[in-house]
Design a protein around this ligand. Structure first.
Ligand code: SF4
Length: 252
Protein backbone atom coordinates (compact mmCIF):
# COMPACT_ATOMS: atom_id res chain seq x y z
CA UNK A 1 0.00 0.00 0.00
CA UNK A 2 2.91 2.32 0.80
CA UNK A 3 4.30 1.85 -2.69
CA UNK A 4 0.93 2.66 -4.25
CA UNK A 5 0.57 5.79 -2.11
CA UNK A 6 4.06 6.91 -3.10
CA UNK A 7 3.19 6.49 -6.77
CA UNK A 8 -0.04 8.44 -6.33
CA UNK A 9 1.81 11.24 -4.49
CA UNK A 10 4.41 11.47 -7.23
CA UNK A 11 1.81 11.50 -10.01
CA UNK A 12 -0.06 14.25 -8.16
CA UNK A 13 3.18 16.23 -7.89
CA UNK A 14 3.86 15.83 -11.63
CA UNK A 15 0.34 17.03 -12.37
CA UNK A 16 0.73 20.00 -10.00
CA UNK A 17 3.98 21.15 -11.57
CA UNK A 18 2.32 21.12 -14.97
CA UNK A 19 3.26 17.75 -16.49
CA UNK A 20 0.67 16.66 -19.03
CA UNK A 21 2.49 13.42 -19.89
CA UNK A 22 4.52 11.06 -17.76
CA UNK A 23 8.08 10.92 -19.10
CA UNK A 24 9.14 7.32 -19.85
CA UNK A 25 11.98 7.53 -17.32
CA UNK A 26 9.60 8.81 -14.64
CA UNK A 27 7.02 6.14 -15.28
CA UNK A 28 9.69 3.48 -14.85
CA UNK A 29 11.00 5.16 -11.72
CA UNK A 30 7.72 5.96 -9.98
CA UNK A 31 7.82 4.63 -6.49
CA UNK A 32 11.61 4.47 -6.31
CA UNK A 33 13.63 6.93 -4.31
CA UNK A 34 17.08 8.37 -4.87
CA UNK A 35 17.54 10.65 -1.89
CA UNK A 36 20.17 9.05 0.38
CA UNK A 37 18.25 9.57 3.60
CA UNK A 38 14.94 9.90 1.94
CA UNK A 39 11.71 9.33 3.78
CA UNK A 40 10.52 5.92 4.72
CA UNK A 41 6.79 5.55 4.37
CA UNK A 42 4.41 8.31 3.48
CA UNK A 43 4.30 11.94 4.37
CA UNK A 44 1.10 13.49 5.55
CA UNK A 45 1.11 16.21 2.95
CA UNK A 46 -1.19 18.55 4.79
CA UNK A 47 0.87 18.53 7.98
CA UNK A 48 2.40 22.06 7.64
CA UNK A 49 -1.08 23.62 7.34
CA UNK A 50 -2.43 21.95 10.46
CA UNK A 51 -1.60 24.94 12.69
CA UNK A 52 -2.97 25.43 16.16
CA UNK A 53 -4.85 28.69 16.72
CA UNK A 54 -2.43 31.59 17.48
CA UNK A 55 -2.48 32.92 21.04
CA UNK A 56 -2.14 36.61 22.02
CA UNK A 57 1.59 36.26 22.62
CA UNK A 58 2.00 34.46 19.27
CA UNK A 59 0.40 37.47 17.56
CA UNK A 60 2.66 39.88 19.47
CA UNK A 61 5.65 37.84 18.40
CA UNK A 62 4.52 37.91 14.75
CA UNK A 63 4.09 41.70 14.93
CA UNK A 64 7.58 42.06 16.40
CA UNK A 65 9.07 39.84 13.69
CA UNK A 66 7.20 41.75 10.99
CA UNK A 67 8.58 45.02 12.37
CA UNK A 68 12.18 43.75 12.37
CA UNK A 69 11.83 42.30 8.87
CA UNK A 70 10.46 45.68 7.76
CA UNK A 71 13.53 47.36 9.22
CA UNK A 72 15.74 44.94 7.27
CA UNK A 73 13.83 45.87 4.09
CA UNK A 74 14.61 49.51 4.84
CA UNK A 75 18.30 48.83 5.42
CA UNK A 76 18.56 46.77 2.24
CA UNK A 77 16.88 49.50 0.21
CA UNK A 78 19.53 51.99 1.40
CA UNK A 79 22.44 49.55 1.17
CA UNK A 80 25.51 50.46 -0.84
CA UNK A 81 27.85 47.87 0.69
CA UNK A 82 28.68 46.28 -2.65
CA UNK A 83 28.75 47.33 -6.28
CA UNK A 84 25.40 45.71 -7.06
CA UNK A 85 23.51 48.67 -5.67
CA UNK A 86 24.54 50.63 -8.74
CA UNK A 87 22.90 48.31 -11.27
CA UNK A 88 19.80 47.20 -9.36
CA UNK A 89 16.33 48.45 -10.28
CA UNK A 90 14.86 47.29 -6.97
CA UNK A 91 16.45 45.48 -4.05
CA UNK A 92 14.70 42.22 -3.20
CA UNK A 93 14.79 41.65 0.53
CA UNK A 94 12.46 38.70 1.01
CA UNK A 95 8.77 37.87 1.34
CA UNK A 96 6.41 35.61 3.18
CA UNK A 97 5.28 34.62 6.63
CA UNK A 98 7.39 36.19 9.44
CA UNK A 99 6.76 33.08 11.55
CA UNK A 100 7.23 30.53 8.80
CA UNK A 101 8.32 27.01 9.69
CA UNK A 102 10.18 26.77 6.39
CA UNK A 103 12.57 29.40 5.03
CA UNK A 104 13.73 28.98 1.44
CA UNK A 105 16.98 30.60 0.40
CA UNK A 106 17.97 31.01 -3.22
CA UNK A 107 20.90 32.65 -4.94
CA UNK A 108 20.00 36.16 -6.09
CA UNK A 109 17.19 38.08 -7.76
CA UNK A 110 16.78 37.62 -11.52
CA UNK A 111 15.45 40.06 -14.10
CA UNK A 112 11.79 39.80 -13.12
CA UNK A 113 12.55 39.96 -9.39
CA UNK A 114 14.73 43.03 -9.97
CA UNK A 115 11.85 44.64 -11.86
CA UNK A 116 9.20 43.87 -9.23
CA UNK A 117 11.26 43.87 -6.01
CA UNK A 118 9.74 40.50 -5.03
CA UNK A 119 11.63 37.19 -4.77
CA UNK A 120 10.91 34.26 -7.07
CA UNK A 121 8.34 35.81 -9.40
CA UNK A 122 9.88 34.70 -12.72
CA UNK A 123 9.48 31.29 -14.39
CA UNK A 124 11.47 29.55 -11.67
CA UNK A 125 9.29 31.18 -9.01
CA UNK A 126 6.13 30.01 -10.73
CA UNK A 127 7.50 26.45 -10.77
CA UNK A 128 8.35 26.75 -7.09
CA UNK A 129 4.74 27.82 -6.43
CA UNK A 130 3.54 24.65 -8.15
CA UNK A 131 5.88 22.46 -6.11
CA UNK A 132 4.66 24.19 -2.96
CA UNK A 133 1.06 23.59 -4.05
CA UNK A 134 1.86 19.89 -4.49
CA UNK A 135 2.95 19.99 -0.84
CA UNK A 136 -0.26 21.85 0.09
CA UNK A 137 1.73 24.97 0.90
CA UNK A 138 1.44 28.55 -0.35
CA UNK A 139 3.72 31.57 -0.17
CA UNK A 140 1.81 32.60 2.96
CA UNK A 141 3.10 29.50 4.73
CA UNK A 142 6.77 30.05 3.98
CA UNK A 143 9.40 32.78 3.89
CA UNK A 144 11.62 33.14 0.86
CA UNK A 145 14.73 35.16 0.22
CA UNK A 146 18.14 35.00 -1.44
CA UNK A 147 21.80 35.14 -0.51
CA UNK A 148 22.09 38.43 -2.41
CA UNK A 149 19.40 41.07 -2.22
CA UNK A 150 20.39 42.80 -5.49
CA UNK A 151 20.60 41.30 -8.97
CA UNK A 152 24.06 40.53 -10.36
CA UNK A 153 24.40 41.80 -13.95
CA UNK A 154 23.33 39.17 -16.51
CA UNK A 155 22.55 36.81 -13.62
CA UNK A 156 26.21 35.94 -13.14
CA UNK A 157 27.22 34.02 -10.01
CA UNK A 158 27.56 36.17 -6.88
CA UNK A 159 31.16 37.20 -6.16
CA UNK A 160 32.67 36.23 -2.80
CA UNK A 161 32.85 39.89 -1.71
CA UNK A 162 29.18 40.39 -2.58
CA UNK A 163 28.15 37.30 -0.60
CA UNK A 164 30.14 38.48 2.40
CA UNK A 165 28.71 42.01 2.22
CA UNK A 166 25.12 40.81 1.97
CA UNK A 167 25.25 37.90 4.45
CA UNK A 168 24.38 39.99 7.58
CA UNK A 169 20.92 40.71 6.15
CA UNK A 170 20.26 37.01 5.64
CA UNK A 171 21.51 36.15 9.12
CA UNK A 172 19.24 38.81 10.61
CA UNK A 173 16.29 37.37 8.68
CA UNK A 174 17.04 33.82 9.90
CA UNK A 175 17.47 34.98 13.50
CA UNK A 176 14.18 36.90 13.34
CA UNK A 177 12.02 34.29 11.65
CA UNK A 178 13.59 31.33 13.51
CA UNK A 179 12.26 28.77 11.01
CA UNK A 180 12.06 25.10 11.93
CA UNK A 181 13.92 24.22 8.74
CA UNK A 182 15.95 26.15 6.18
CA UNK A 183 15.85 24.86 2.62
CA UNK A 184 18.64 26.02 0.31
CA UNK A 185 17.60 26.18 -3.33
CA UNK A 186 20.61 25.37 -5.47
CA UNK A 187 24.35 25.00 -5.20
CA UNK A 188 25.26 28.66 -4.70
CA UNK A 189 22.93 29.13 -1.75
CA UNK A 190 23.95 25.84 -0.14
CA UNK A 191 27.68 26.29 -0.59
CA UNK A 192 27.59 29.93 0.52
CA UNK A 193 25.69 29.19 3.71
CA UNK A 194 27.47 25.97 4.62
CA UNK A 195 30.82 27.43 3.50
CA UNK A 196 31.75 24.34 1.57
CA UNK A 197 32.69 23.32 -1.94
CA UNK A 198 30.95 19.95 -1.68
CA UNK A 199 28.75 19.46 -4.78
CA UNK A 200 25.01 19.89 -4.42
CA UNK A 201 24.37 16.20 -5.19
CA UNK A 202 26.31 15.24 -2.07
CA UNK A 203 24.68 17.89 0.13
CA UNK A 204 21.17 16.64 -0.68
CA UNK A 205 19.35 14.07 1.42
CA UNK A 206 20.92 14.97 4.75
CA UNK A 207 20.16 17.37 7.56
CA UNK A 208 22.83 20.04 8.04
CA UNK A 209 22.85 22.54 10.88
CA UNK A 210 23.11 26.32 10.53
CA UNK A 211 22.70 28.79 13.40
CA UNK A 212 21.04 26.07 15.44
CA UNK A 213 18.53 25.33 12.69
CA UNK A 214 18.11 22.22 10.56
CA UNK A 215 19.01 22.87 6.94
CA UNK A 216 18.43 20.80 3.85
CA UNK A 217 19.45 21.31 0.24
CA UNK A 218 17.62 20.82 -3.05
CA UNK A 219 17.81 21.97 -6.64
CA UNK A 220 17.01 25.53 -7.65
CA UNK A 221 13.75 25.54 -9.63
CA UNK A 222 15.63 27.22 -12.50
CA UNK A 223 17.77 24.07 -12.70
CA UNK A 224 14.61 21.96 -13.02
CA UNK A 225 13.49 24.16 -15.91
CA UNK A 226 16.81 23.44 -17.61
CA UNK A 227 16.89 19.72 -16.83
CA UNK A 228 13.70 17.80 -16.19
CA UNK A 229 15.66 14.89 -14.70
CA UNK A 230 15.80 17.01 -11.54
CA UNK A 231 12.02 16.84 -11.06
CA UNK A 232 12.04 13.47 -9.36
CA UNK A 233 14.92 14.15 -6.91
CA UNK A 234 13.37 17.53 -6.11
CA UNK A 235 10.14 15.81 -5.13
CA UNK A 236 12.10 13.46 -2.89
CA UNK A 237 13.80 16.48 -1.31
CA UNK A 238 10.47 18.20 -0.63
CA UNK A 239 9.09 15.06 0.99
CA UNK A 240 12.26 14.93 3.06
CA UNK A 241 11.78 18.61 3.96
CA UNK A 242 8.21 18.01 5.15
CA UNK A 243 9.37 15.07 7.21
CA UNK A 244 12.04 17.16 8.94
CA UNK A 245 9.55 19.98 9.58
CA UNK A 246 7.16 17.49 11.13
CA UNK A 247 9.91 16.10 13.36
CA UNK A 248 11.03 19.58 14.43
CA UNK A 249 7.46 20.63 15.24
CA UNK A 250 6.98 17.48 17.32
CA UNK A 251 10.05 18.50 19.35
CA UNK A 252 8.39 21.85 20.01
S1 SF4 B 1 23.66 42.90 -2.79
FE1 SF4 B 1 23.42 43.12 -0.59
S2 SF4 B 1 25.34 44.07 0.12
FE2 SF4 B 1 25.20 44.40 -2.10
S3 SF4 B 1 24.20 46.43 -2.30
FE3 SF4 B 1 22.60 44.85 -2.42
S4 SF4 B 1 21.85 44.69 -0.30
FE4 SF4 B 1 23.84 45.71 -0.21
Amino acid sequence: MDEINKKIEYLRYLRDIGETEIPLSSSAEIGKTNAPNSTEGNIEMNEPNEEKKPTGSDLESVDRKRKILGEIVGEVSRCTKCQLHKSRTNPVSGAGNPSADIMFIGEAPGAEEDKQGIPFVGRAGKLLDKILAACELTRDDIYITNILKCRPPKNRDPLPAERTACMPYLLAQIDTIKPKVICCLGRIAAQSILQTKIPLGKLRGQVHRFRGTSLIVTYHPAAILRNENFKRPTWEDFKFLLKIVKEQKAKG
